[in-house]
Write a protein that binds this ligand. Structure first.
Ligand code: MN
Length: 376
């Protein structure tokens, strides 16, 4: 079986347990996100800045999980915590470069204290950039403190100086703060535009009401499927708000990727927005310089891992900005069966499309990453 090499638009770093105790004063470190798993491994409790969130672990979450072919897989791939071993995992799986989001750092969106958040983000980013310094195959995202615009702009500029090429945002702003379409955020979009950082929204990252259950929007019959779907919409909403508010008119080189939320939604949202823009023209404000779909086709990218319909977004719908993503090392991801997944997706797909989705879209976003050796 030929090895298919692919870049990943959706991977994760796993922060070491002592990251915050080593880098922050004890009074701050104690309030940063921390996960404690139940003895049976089925649930975990997240402690964040004096709040507690309960979350069911994916697929049981314990040791000795089995994949679809009965092989043992690990909750965390062997290289998840180690930048050197991680390269071996990537080579084995056929993943060349990866856009890497935080893991526990995703919970920073539930912090309520701006100073704690800013200090925590600096600690995460100072640690994460070491991966990129070790190998350009790692493209870490800078975690940005969004409780104040000033701290967000300061960390975007600091991250760019450190060498970051991408910034991670949750799909919705912190609770009680203006939404992405509001003027408040204009300096943030401007600083992303000026620094050239790609904006990465990872789905399922909405901030939570205090002491809630993570991701449990619905209960009862059908809840698991309904909740999974609900986490998907956040990225689409974030993109819709930016397009509708004219963010890409004012910042035409700003690039956005929505990670883990599938790909076929983008042509669909583009059609809906164009229809609204034409049919409801008298109430549309601000007027845009171009049709909404043009921003989605030029400024917006998305990553998927398993979706059968994702290739059709390119070949049938003409949307070129589809990236594959491994979600390494998470259980939803492809670790242990990446080549099988890639062959199922791409066998029989023409070379131009395959190359675009596996390597080209990512390379367009991150041109500093060297190409895969020996792959023409
Ligand atoms: Mn992911």
């Amino acid at each position: 079986m030929d090895k298919i090499w692919a870049n990943s638009g959706d991977s994760h770093l796993v922060e070491p347990d002592d990251l915050f105790t080593k880098s922050l004063p004890p009074s701050l470190a104690a309030r940063m996100p921390r996960s404690v798993k139940d003895d049976d491994g089925a649930w975990e409790t997240l402690y964040v800045d004096g709040q507690e969130f309960r979350r069911r672990m994916p697929r049981g979450g314990g040791a000795n999980l089995r994949d679809s072919e009965g092989r043992t897989v690990f909750e965390r791939a062997p290289g998840a915590n180690d930048m050197k071993r991680r390269i071996q995992d990537l080579d084995q799986e056929g993943i060349w470069a990866e856009l890497v989001y935080p893991s526990i750092g995703i919970w920073t969106s539930s912090i309520r204290d701006p100073e704690l958040l800013a200090a925590g983000c600096r600690a995460i980013n100072d640690w994460a950039i070491e991966f990129q310094r070790f190998s350009p195959r790692y493209v870490p995202t800078a975690t940005i403190p969004l409780l104040t615009v000033e701290s967000a702009v300061a960390e975007i500029e600091r991250a760019a100086d450190l060498g970051f090429k991408a910034a991670y945002f949750p799909v919705a702003p912190p609770l009680g703060i203006d939404d992405w379409n509001k003027e408040l955020w204009e300096p943030v979009w401007a600083s992303l535009h000026e620094t050239g950082l790609v904006l990465g929204y990872h789905i399922g990252t909405e901030p939570h009401e205090a002491d809630g259950f993570h991701g449990a929007y619905f209960r009862g019959r059908g809840g698991a499927l309904m909740n999974y779907m609900e986490t998907t919409y956040g990225g689409q909403r974030a993109v819709t708000k930016m397009v509708a508010a004219g963010v890409f008119d004012r910042h035409p080189n700003l690039k956005v990727i929505v990670s883990e939320g599938g790909a076929t939604w983008a042509p669909f949202v583009a059609d809906r927005l164009d229809e609204a823009y034409r049919q409801h023209a008298s109430s549309v404000r601000p007027k845009l310089e171009r049709l909404p779909s043009e921003y989605i086709y030029e400024n917006v990218y998305a990553s998927f891992q398993h979706d059968r319909s994702a290739i059709g977004a390119v070949t049938a719908m003409g949307w070129q900005n589809v990236c594959w993503g491994s979600d390494y090392p998470h259980l939803e991801g492809t670790y242990g069966h990446t080549q099988k997944t890639l062959h199922e997706l791409f066998d029989g797909v023409d070379d131009v499309t395959r190359r675009r989705v596996t390597l080209g879209s990512f390379a367009e976003l991150f041109p500093h990453v060297p190409p895969v050796p020996h792959v023409a």
